[in-house]
Structures are given as structure tokens and as C-alpha cells.
Design a protein around this ligand. Structure first.
Ligand SMILES: Nc1ncnc2c1ncn2[C@@H]1O[C@H](COP(=O)(O)OP(=O)(O)OP(=O)(O)O)[C@@H](O)[C@H]1O
Length: 392
């Protein structure tokens, strides 16, 4: 199982420009999370801070007991080996063929023999659908293939945590769907903790277990996917709908006058840029048939069900509707759910057919106060509000 990443009160500035402040969240082990946010809100800076490439002024980022923000160079170097990173452009060496690109971290960071390196590099190229393309140079292949090669290279040191910075950028919708499926399949196979930064709403709606959003220098929200996907928060709805209507403007947030002008235009029938009203929970992608089930998805559902009563009503309803009859029995959910489900805090298995083995430990709980306050809205909380009590 991948490592848990605990981020507390992280704050990053460049000179006088604060990028984000007081970001607190936990990436549960082996689960897939997505970070959304308008351009320039510091998502890439966030990923770089997680691996120690940038130094936040305050806060912690703890992996396996090591705080990346404050640890020694030696510890950071060691801890970084737990991470596999897919950079936006794949960051491949242009003069090396794909095989040598993928083998590079093994040659740099391990003492493995060339035979062993070959076995691992070819296995990762195969996992990412690049078998047969080993001899190609990055300049000779498509953007989608470059992304997959970047992913293969991120996998060779068997990372416990994978960070993907816009894995969809520059890809058409079909290739984006393939890379989404690839990420889900990888998670099923290696149970790594994955954090994806993306602007792609399809990917955000179908891939992750948890979704967060950065906006106006703060973490607006981080929690189970169902909370964000059913949120009524204007900034979240605007972002998910890709609409001009809402608080997000072309550069910074809008003022009241601009909002009013846009509303007047919309009332007069002027199109707001979105193609449809996107709201509600769509089914999450499952691993390709033949691959194992995602252990992270099962652990997450146990965790979410334990804290179901703390979620907003729309998220609760969506989660319950998404359960199969067998899962509803497992979690003691009646066919007509009213209020907090019986057994949600202590599910008693009542199964007619065996479900896969569940992990007994309660690792990776999202702290209750991970759902941060929206800037400018004192007291407003989303998802599981309430004081931090170390989870549910
Ligand atoms: N090394 C740096 N020095 C100074 N400012 C920086 C540095 N790196 C990033 N920034 C600034 O931090 C802000 C956030 O940048 P970042 O690339 O993290 O945004 P983003 O949310 O990933 O954007 P996008 O979605 O467009 O990729 C930007 O204003 C950028 O100019």
C-alpha cells in the first residue's frame, strides 16, 4: 500500500506574493486524489513543495514520519525516492530513446545490473502501453505517448506516491480518457497513493476518490469526490461547468460590477461558455477487466461510510445511490435511506456473497477539518465540517 501524506498548515510565498496559505489535507494511502483550481493558483507549486523542490515558509508535509519541509538534505533525498513524478511535459531527455529515458532513474539511483534494469524498464513500458516503442526518440512520438513514457519513468523505482502534473495537457479527449484509465489501472496494480493536478473535468469526475480545489490562495475544499461533485458552492460549480458565470474571472476574481454585467448578459440570452450544467455523481472508473480491484477504493468506501453522517446531504444521497445492493447490505443501508445510516460508524458486515478482504486498520482518514473555509465566507464549511478530531 502507498504511503500517507499529511500536509498541515502549508504556506508558500515568492517574495511578497503569497501563493497559498494554511493548506491542510491528508492524502490517504493508496487512494487517488485530484487537485483542481484556476490557472495560477499554485497547483504546480504545491506538487513541487511536496517533494522539497520548493520550500514553504510554514507548515509540514509529512511522509513516513519525515517532514519534507524541514528535514535534512539526506532525509529529503531518501524520502524523494518514495515519489514518482510525472511532470507536465513528460520531462524526457530528448537525445535518449524511450528505453534509456525509462532506465535512467535505475542507473542513477540504484546499483542494479543491466539485466535487471532491462527487466524493470520493459515491464513499465509494457504497463504504460509502450511495448515495442523502446527505440523511439521523444521527438518522434505523439504527446500522449510522451506522457505515458513519463509515467513509465515515474514508475521504475516502485514509488509509493505518484504525483501527476496535468497528465491530460495537450491531449485530445480520447487520449485523455486512455490516460485516465491508465492511472486507474496503475493504482489497481500497485496500490500507490496518487495525486493528480488537472483542469480536465471528465478526468476529475471519473478518476479520483477525493477532490480538492485551490482558489484565492486557499484550499477551498478537500474531501470525498461526492462532496465536491454535489457542491453548491459557486466557485466549485463554475469550475466544474467551465462557465464564465461565477466568481472566477479571466485573471483574478471578479468584482461585483463585472458579475452583475455578466448576469445581465446571461439574462438577455448571451451564452455563458459552458456546454451543459454538470452536477452530480457520475460512476467512477473501474480497473480494466482482468486487473485486480482497487484496494484503495475499498478502503476509501469503508472510511467514507464510517463518516457518512458528517457529509452534506446531497453527497450522502449520491454515495448511497452509487452502492450496489450487495454493498448496501454490507453497510447496513436500508433501501430507503433516511438520515444517518445504521452502522455507518461501525459497519457490521451482513453479506450474502463474500466481498473482498477489507483492511482492518483505519489509516488515511481525512481529518474532519480538511474541508477548509472559503475565503471571504467566515464560518462557511464544506463537506465534513467540525473540529479536527483525528478523523471520524
Ligand atoms: N520559482 C518561482 N518563482 C517565482 N514565482 C513562481 C515560481 N514558480 C511559480 N511561481 C508563481 O506561482 C504562481 C502559481 O504558479 P503555478 O504554476 O503553481 O500555478 P498553477 O495553478 O499550476 O497554474 P496552471 O494551472 O496554469 O498550470 C504563479 O503566479 C507563478 O508565476
Amino acid at each position: 500500500m502507498g504511503a500517507e501524506v499529511v500536509i498541515e498548515g502549508l504556506t508558500k510565498s515568492f517574495g511578497r506574493q503569497t501563493i497559498w496559505r494554511d493548506v491542510t489535507l491528508t492524502l490517504p494511502p493508496g487512494e487517488v486524489s485530484v487537485m483542481l483550481g484556476p490557472s495560477g493558483t499554485g497547483k504546480s507549486v504545491f506538487l513541487k513543495s511536496m517533494i522539497g523542490l520548493l520550500k514553504p515558509e510554514r507548515g509540514k508535509c509529512v511522509v513516513n514520519g519525515v517532514d519534507i519541509v524541514r528535514c535534512s538534505e539526506h532525509k529529503m533525498y531518501e524520502t524523494r525516492k518514495l515519489f514518482g513524478v510525472l511532470f507536465q511535459d513528460g520531462a524526457l531527455f530528448g537525445s535518449m530513446n524511450l528505453y534509456d529515458n525509462v532506465a535512467f532513474p535505475l542507473r542513477e539511483h540504484t546499483k542494479k545490473s543491466e539485466t535487471e534494469i532491462r527487466r524493470i524498464a520493459l515491464e513499465k513500458l509494457e504497463m504504460t502501453g509502450l511495448a515495442g516503442a523502446e527505440k523511439k526518440l521523444p521527438g518522434e512520438i505523439s504527446g500522449g505517448m510522451r506522457k505515458r513514457a513519463g509515467l513509465a519513468r515515474a514508475l521504475v523505482l516502485d514509488p509509493e506516491i505518484i504525483l501527476c502534473d496535468e497528465p491530460d495537457s495537450g491531449l485530445d479527449p480520447v487520449r485523455t480518457a486512455y490516460i485516465s484509465q491508465l492511472l486507474v489501472d496503475l493504482n489497481a496494480q500497485i496500490d500507490a497513493t496518487i495525486l493528480i493536478v488537472t483542469h480536465n473535468i471528465n478526468l476529475a469526475r471519473t478518476v479520483p476518490d477525493n477532490i480538492g480545489m485551490l482558489y484565492r490562495k486557499e484550499l477551498v475544499m478537500f474531501g470525498p469526490r461526492e462532496v465536491l461533485l454535489t457542491s453548491d458552492e459557486p466557485v466549485v460549480r463554475q469550475f466544474l461547468n467551465g462557465s464564465r458565470m461565477g466568481p472566477i474571472g479571466m485573471s483574478e476574481e471578479k468584482d461585483q460590477a463585472q458579475m452583475a454585467r455578466e448576469q445581465a448578459h446571461a439574462a438577455a440570452g448571451h451564452h455563458d461558455g459552458s456546454t451543459e450544467e454538470v452536477r452530480g455523481i457520475v460512476p467512477q472508473l473501474k480497473p480494466t477487466p482482468g486487473l485486480p480491484d482497487r484496494a484503495g477504493a475499498r478502503r476509501r468506501m469503508d472510511r467514507v461510510m464510517r463518516g457518512l453522517h458528517t457529509l452534506p446531504r446531497a453527497a450522502q444521497d449520491g454515495i448511497i445511490q452509487s452502492l450496489s445492493p450487495e454493498e448496501q447490505r454490507y453497510y447496513n443501508i436500508g433501501s430507503r435511506h433516511q438520515g444517518p445510516p445504521q452502522g455507518a460508524t461501525n459497519p457490521q458486515p451482513q453479506r450474502s456473497a463474500p466481498l473482498p478482504q477489507r483492511q482492518p486498520q483505519h489509516q488515511g482518514q481525512l481529518p474532519a477539518d480538511q474541508v477548509a473555509q472559503l475565503p471571504g465566507k467566515p464560518g462557511g464549511r464544506y463537506g465534513y465540517g467540525g473540529p479536527r478530531q483525528g478523523g471520524q
